[in-house]
Structure formats: C-alpha cells, structure tokens
Design a protein around this ligand. Sequence first.
Ligand SMILES: [Zn+2]
Length: 223
Amino acid sequence: MTAAVQLGLELPAGEEDLSSRLYRLGLDPNVRVSLTDNGTTMVSFGDGWLRVHRGYSTAGDEVVGAIVRFARAKRGVGRSEARRLLLSYASVLPGRRARLRREATHPDDESYATRLTEAHAELNAQFFGGALKPMTIRVSRRMKRKLGHYSLASAEHPADIAIGRRHIRRDAWEDVIHTLLHEMVHQWQQEAGLRVAHDRAFRAKARAVGIDPRAVLRVPVRR
Ligand SMILES: [Zn+2]
C-alpha cells in the first residue's frame, strides 16, 4: 500500500465533503485542498495549495463559494472582499474568535519559554539529527485541557509550538518534555512533507524518539 492511498483512507468523511464542495463551486481542479485544524489559519492560498480550516465544513454555499473566489482572485478587491466574508464567518464559529490570533507568551512566562526553546534545540540534536528548523516555543495561558499544540506553517505565519502553562505548573518537567517531543514529531511530519496527523508515521516516529505514541494528550484529572 502506498503512503498516498494509506493517508487517503484515513480521511474522515467530512473532509471529503468540503473538498468536493469547493470543486463543485468552481475551484480550479489543479489546486489541491488541505484541511487544517490549527487556530490561526482560516484560509490561505499559495504554491497550488488551498488550506482551509475544517470549521468551514459546516458553512453554507455562500461562504464556501467565497473561499473559491478567494483562491481565484490572486489579489485585489475580489480577494479582500472574499477574505472579509470568510473572516466574519470565522468569528462566529464556536470557540474560534479567541483563536484567530496567535497568543503571545505572557511576560511572566518568559523563563518557561526560554527553557523550552533550549530543550527544543537539544531534543532536535538528540533525536532528529538537528534537522528540524529552530523554533521559539510559546507558553499558552489559553490552553486549559490541551497540553501542547503544533501550529502549521502557513503563508501568514511560520510554524510554532505552544505548551500549556497549566501543564508546566502542574506536571513534572519530564512530562512537559514528553509533550514537547510529541509536538516536535508533528513539526517533523510537516517539514518532511508528510500529513500532520496521528497516523502510522506519527506512531513510528514517536516510538523512535521514545515517547508514548498515543495521540491524545490531556491534563489528567487529579484525584
Ligand atoms: Zn498530536
């Protein structure tokens, strides 16, 4: 089985729907669609790829049509009008408003961020042969249940990794490093041109760097 077939089989049904709607509404068949989860990219277009946030799966044809217009109009008025419509839709998606902009590290959390950024460099050398791009790690106060998050590189932002402050404060440093490594495996996936997912490639790499290959990392309930 080829990698492409394998990944294709893993696409949930909802993803197929949004992609086919985009093509039905006039998206150039040569443009490839990638659906994203990360909180900062709602829609971006470049290098023959249209990246669309999954949240648009529930949007009506008017909004999905605006995504098509956004991709068609390379620049100018058509594009900014489509963009405005898309962003106004994004702001009404549940829980999305606060996540449109990337959260900066709080000044009081800078020492954590520095320590994590140093750890990223060390782990990169130790487990990835120094091949990953250097990165400044963010500390998030917004993450309540999530331990860490990898945001995909897009036309607007470089990739980045955020680690939850709550996780740092409550859990052992060893566990925090485990989370950082988990997000670094996602970084490796994107930089290697693989799908960023908890798939077979993820599990194999996770095992290779010595972390738990299970996908879901949540703050455990304290008894
Ligand atoms: Zn993950």
